[in-house]
Design a protein around this ligand. Structure first.
Ligand SMILES: O=C(O)CCC(=O)C(=O)O
Ligand SMILES: [Fe+2]
Length: 396
């Protein structure tokens, strides 16, 4: 990316009053640009009322709220989650220990605003307590194919999380799973985000392609170009929401005891970026077992790569196709364009581009679908897309 276009991205808009969906689509989702939205966006959430208690500070630099430990432990003590040890690196992430929320809470409350090492991350709190409406997904973020798909796959995964940690806990530099979008609403505490406009990945990699782990502690003899990288620092205060676009690397540090709710999500605006990330992971897997390629028929080799991809990335072509097919089928059933989604014809066009790219990248794709019982899904997807497109043309 040219230096100028990166400079243009160093200003992040702040919306005291949330943008309309059309503005958000035009200025953030489609161009893949971040923004911050002020506290009125999520003020009605039960989490913002019952999970926190006010703290009195003289300085703007300190959080206005802290966790209501007693309430949280009583309501959610039985939830199980993974607690990251922020002083222990494990490859590109932190060491994690499985424990109950009640166990985590004991240490969290003891640390109460003092420097702390334990960070409960990726907690599936809404999935564990489905009847507890402690928040609602803001309208701007409703068009979410990842959760729409997974929530209908009974009992499986979802991408709706809570993060709870003490002062100084942090999340190392990363880009989000599948290069999805994320939104993060702060319930209490302040989050310091360091975010990097995409296109500069080479500047924070060493010669072995390892990325920087902690932006506060970078060995410039190893990451020789890191001082050239353009970055943006944001302080996300209590109640504020950050929209993190696809492919923007970021690191997050908590100031004060912090709680946030966040989702990862995909839709027509970033589906191509998600496909490209799957493709990259796929190429890595292929590369890792390339010695086997000549020892078996191409479709069998493809199958081996898929098995590896599922273990390595948590999804594979089957899941990707099923997700798209599921979303498109839902839109045939509800043909009137729901609010807070782009025009359906445009969405179909974005999917078509992905399918075209996928077929061009992989000459054996249709054979793979046939051998894996996915061909009917593929045909149904194509036919549903044709129906939606002709409906949307006739409405224009
Ligand atoms: O809050 C954090 O520690 C990490 C959040 C994050 O990485 C995200 O929302 O994408
Ligand atoms: Fe993230």
């Amino acid at each position: 990316m040219a230096a100028d276009s990166i400079n243009d991205e160093l200003e992040i808009p702040y919306y005291e009053i949330p943008p309309t969906y059309e503005e958000f689509l035009r200025n953030h989702l489609i161009p893949n640009k971040p923004c911050i939205i002020g506290p009125c966006f999520t003020r009605d959430w039960k989490a913002n009322k019952e999970w926190v208690v006010p703290v009195v500070h003289d300085s703007e630099q300190e959080p206005k709220y802290k966790p209501n430990y007693i309430y949280l432990r009583k309501q959610y003590g039985t939830a199980q989650g993974q607690v990251a040890q922020c002083n222990k690196r494990h490859f590109t992430d932190q060491e994690r220990t499985e424990m109950s929320f009640a166990e985590f809470c004991t240490q969290w409350e003891e640390d109460d605003g003092k420097p702390s090492l334990d960070y409960l991350k990726d907690l599936h709190l809404q999935k564990t307590f489905p009847d507890d409406k402690f928040y609602t997904v803001p309208n701007l973020f409703e068009d979410d194919w990842l959760n729409e798909y997974w929530l209908q796959q009974k009992g499986d995964d979802d991408y709706r999380f809570a993060y709870l940690g003490g002062h100084t806990t942090f999340t190392p530099l990363h880009a989000d799973v599948y290069r999805s979008f994320s939104w993060s609403s702060n319930i209490c505490g302040i989050k310091k985000w360091t975010i990097f406009p995409p296109g500069q990945e080479d500047l924070y990699k060493d010669k072995f392609s390892n990325s920087v782990y902690d932006v506060r502690d970078v060995d410039l003899t190893q990451f020789t170009k890191f001082d050239q990288v353009k970055k943006i620092v944001i302080y996300q205060k209590d109640g504020e929401t950050v929209f993190v676009p696809s492919n923007w690397f970021h690191q997050v540090e908590n100031i004060g005891a912090a709680i946030s709710i966040n989702h990862n999500w995909i839709n027509a605006s970033n589906i191509m970026l998600t496909y490209k990330s799957l493709r990259k992971d796929w190429n890595d897997c292929k590369h890792a077992i390339e010695d086997l390629e000549d020892t078996m028929p191409p479709v069998e080799f493809l199958q081996e790569c898929q098995n590896l991809l599922l273990v390595h990335s948590g999804w594979d072509w089957r899941i990707f196709l099923n997700m798209i097919a599921h979303i498109v089928a839902n839109r045939v059933e509800v043909p009137n364009i729901p609010i807070n989604q782009p025009n359906l014809g445009w969405q179909m066009h974005r999917i078509e581009e992905v399918l075209k790219q996928w077929e061009a990248d992989e000459p054996h794709l249709l054979e793979y679908f046939k051998n894996n019982g996915l061909f009917d899904t593929y045909l149904q997807l194509k036919s549903n897309m044709t129906i939606i497109k002709s409906n949307s043309n006739s409405k224009q």
